[in-house]
Design a protein around this ligand. Structure first.
Ligand code: 5AD
Ligand code: SF4
Length: 358
């Protein structure tokens, strides 16, 4: 690993990664394990590849967290079913449509409908929402509502949804099973293949800093992103929630999260990578640092004020102020690092290759 690498070998590896040569698992591990003094070089290489592949524009996605009710019991998440301290909400159809209209009005071209796994919103309701949003706002629609059947994904697509986010969370099947009771890693992967195969722009991603995770696991996460040919990658640090079994076991994973994000950019080249809210929560400059380490997307939260703080996945999540105020504030920061906000749809630029899925 890094200890046995000479400075010349490290430089060669960094050049290999930057120039887009396929990296082997061992090489990904080496990049994640580089001595700390190499972090700037790694992040700067990813920043250059971001610039070359997807440009200086930052794409916006407006999120609506329409239900914090969840039937699952993931050990790391504040929305887990057993968390009795959380006051649950479900937005009404009209509230969701009104919020989508707010997004439209702000000029943000895409909406992300996000929720816990809440079967109250059945397939028919979700399809109706998609159809209404299409009809009334013409926003590009991304769903982030958890694992569903093939038939459901197909219905959502026929109703007009364009994108689907389903983070794989961790590529270690054992850790996955432990952290997500009743869930199986193979099912997650199957869902992702279905989603991709149906032609959705597909988002996946992981959490960095989960218990039991190693550099090998993180390298496998990155390989999953690559092999799935995912279009969007959400990479965020683990932040412990006090009302979960993992209370108090987090540590500051800023550095490793930025490394994983940087390697994701180097490996997948032209994907859309958000500067996640979790990074912004962990560190006041987290989002800006991510945008200088490979990220090119931000996802302002348009959930109405009365609900926002109850979407309590982990503590400290919410920025103060409305989404529009937050966008304006962020815009100044972005300008300071030579970046501009882009109010266009921001599809992945190159046609995706589905061949690995068949
Ligand atoms: N820390 C960081 N991210 C988390 N998520 C859930 N709980 C946590 C946590 N404690 C992320 C997961 C999930 C999304 C809803 O939020 O990746 O996909
Ligand atoms: Fe529910 Fe998703 Fe949280 Fe798991 S991670 S408890 S499925 S909201």
């Amino acid at each position: 690993m890094s200890i046995s690498k000479s400075p010349d070998q490290i430089d060669q590896l960094l050049i290999k990664a930057e120039t887009g040569n396929n990296l082997k698992r061992e090489e990904i591990i080496e990049l994640l394990a580089l001595p700390i003094s190499y972090t700037p070089q790694l992040l700067e290489a990813a920043d250059r590849v971001r610039k070359e592949q997807v440009g200086d524009e930052i794409f916006l996605r407006g999120i609506i967290e329409f239900s914090n009710t969840c039937e699952r019991n993931c050990l790391y998440c504040g929305l887990r079913k057993s968390n009795a301290n959380l006051s649950r909400y479900r937005m009404s159809e009209d509230e969701i449509i009104a919020t989508a209209n707010e997004i439209k009005k702000s000029g943000v071209p895409t909406v992300v409908l996000q929720s816990g796994e809440d079967s109250f919103f059945d397939t028919e309701m979700i399809c109706r929402l998609i159809e209404r949003i299409r009809r009334e706002t013409d926003l590009v629609i991304t769903l982030s509502i958890g694992e569903k059947s093939y038939a459901d994904y197909k219905s959502f697509q026929q109703a007009g949804a364009n994108r689907y986010l389903l983070k794989h969370e961790t590529a270690d099947a054992e850790i996955y099973k432990y952290l997500r009771p009743g869930c199986k890693w193979e099912d997650r992967l199957q869902s992702l293949k279905w989603i991709k195969g149906l032609g959705f722009e597909t988002g996946t991603g992981n959490i960095v800093g989960l218990p039991g995770q190693t550099l090998e696991t993180l390298a496998d996460d990155l390989l999953v992103m690559k092999l799935l040919n995912a279009d969007m990658l959400g990479i965020g640090p683990f932040i412990a929630h006090p009302d979960t079994p993992l209370a108090g076991i987090d540590h500051d994973d800023l550095e490793m999260t930025l490394r994983v994000l940087a390697v994701a950019r180097l490996l997948t080249r032209n994907t859309n990578i958000p500067a996640t809210t979790a990074l912004g929560t962990l560190h006041p400059q987290g989002r800006l640092l991510a945008l200088q380490a490979g990220a090119n997307v931000v996802m302002p939260d348009f959930t109405p004020e009365i609900y926002k703080s109850r979407y309590d996945i982990y503590p400290g999540r919410t920025d103060a102020g409305s989404a529009v105020e937050i966008i304006h504030k962020l815009e100044k920061d972005f300008q300071s690092i030579g970046r501009t906000l882009q109010y266009s749809i921001g599809h992945r630029l190159v046609k995706t290759d589905h061949s690995i899925l068949h």
